[in-house]
Design a protein around this ligand. Structure first.
Ligand SMILES: [Ca+2]
Length: 89
């Protein structure tokens, strides 16, 4: 009986971890932008929607870019691809 109870408690704890996991891994800041916290797209944001200016945008050629990063500049802040977002405006 004690064994059944212990097993039940363990499986309940596993369920709680499984439920909590998706929220923990969902980023609020898009990893494409190094210095600022910008929510991931969608929705697509423009420079007019954010307060940050002249912040770093990771380029595919950057040696120090995050390894898991595949979607570079999803918001299109760095239209001229020089690695700096929202120079103007
Ligand atoms: Ca730029």
């Amino acid at each position: 009986m004690e064994l059944v109870l212990a097993s039940l408690t363990a499986s309940m704890q596993l369920s709680i971890v499984a439920i909590a996991q998706p929220n923990a891994t969902e980023p609020d800041c898009d990893p494409a932008y190094a210095e600022v916290c910008i929510p991931p797209a969608p929705p697509d944001l423009d420079c007019g929607d954010i307060a940050d200016r002249r912040f770093r945008v990771y380029l595919p050629t950057d040696a120090d870019k995050p390894e898991e990063l595949t979607d570079f500049d999803p918001h299109g802040f760095d239209g001229d691809d020089d690695g700096i977002g929202c120079e103007r405006g």
